[in-house]
Write a protein that binds this ligand. Sequence first.
Ligand SMILES: C[S@@+](CC[C@H](N)C(=O)[O-])C[C@H]1O[C@@H](n2cnc3c(N)ncnc32)[C@H](O)[C@@H]1O
Length: 246
Amino acid sequence: MRAPYMLSPQASQIRQMFSSIARRYDLLNHLLSLNVDRSWRRQAASLLADPLEDRQALCLDLCCGTGDLLVEMAKQGSARIVGSDFSHPMLKLGREKLAKRRLQQRAQLLEADALRLPFPTNTFDGLAVAFGLRNLESWSEGLGEMWRVLKPEGRIVVLEFSRPTLPLFNRLFQLYFLWILPRIGQGISGHGTAYRYLHDSVQDFPDQARLCRLMKEAGFAEVSFRNLSGGIAALHWGVKDGKSTV
Ligand SMILES: C[S@@+](CC[C@H](N)C(=O)[O-])C[C@H]1O[C@@H](n2cnc3c(N)ncnc32)[C@H](O)[C@@H]1O
C-alpha cells in the first residue's frame, strides 16, 4: 500500500535512502555501535516506564524504522504501542520482527509522515523517537506535531546522536564517524552516501542544550537530558504541560 500523502523532494529523498538500506539497517546499527545501541534504546524505553506499565495506556514509537525501540517498549510494559514510519521496507521488516516475537496483538505499525501524523490531538500517553527527529525537514515542526498528539501530561523521550563532552574523545569519535563508519556502512549496505549523510546530519543537529531549548519552545515542560556513552548520544525528555490547550 502506498502512502496517501505528499512529501517534499527532500523528504522523498530521505525516505528513499532509508528504504534502500533497510535490509542491512539493524546489522549495521549493532555492528557500528558494538551493540551499545541496544542499551541506549533500553534506557529510552525505561524513561517511559509509567505509561508503558499501564495496560490502558497507548504509546507511540515515532520514526520506528524496523521496530527495535518498539520491541524494547513492549518488553518493558503492557501498554498498547503504535509504531509509525514513512519507509515501507523498514515497516515490513518491523512487522516480521513483531510476528516473530508474537507482539502483533499489542503493537501496530503504520505508514505515516512524522510531520503530518494521522492521529487526533491528545492521543498518546507516551511517545519515544529514536534517531528520527534529526531526519525531519523541520525539527520544530516535528516536535510541535509530537506535542499535538500527546495527551496533556504525556511524556516525550528523544534519543539522538549528540556531542561528546570531552574534547579528545570528541576528536577521536569524529575521526571514526567521518572516516571509518561511512566506509563500513557503504561496504555492507551497498549505499554510497547513507552513512556519510549520518555524519553530516549529526553535525547539523542541535547539541544537548539547544535541543532542550527547541523542546521547550515546542511547549514541553520539565525538559531535561542525560548523556549516553560520553555524549555520543543523549536522551532528552519532557512532558506536555497538563494545562496545555490546543
Ligand atoms: C535512523 S532511522 C531510526 C529507526 C529507529 N527509530 C531506530 O531506533 O533504529 C530513522 C527512521 O526515520 C524515518 N523517517 C525519517 N523521516 C521521516 C518522516 N518525515 N516521517 C516518518 N518517518 C521518517 C526513516 O524512514 C527511518 O526509518
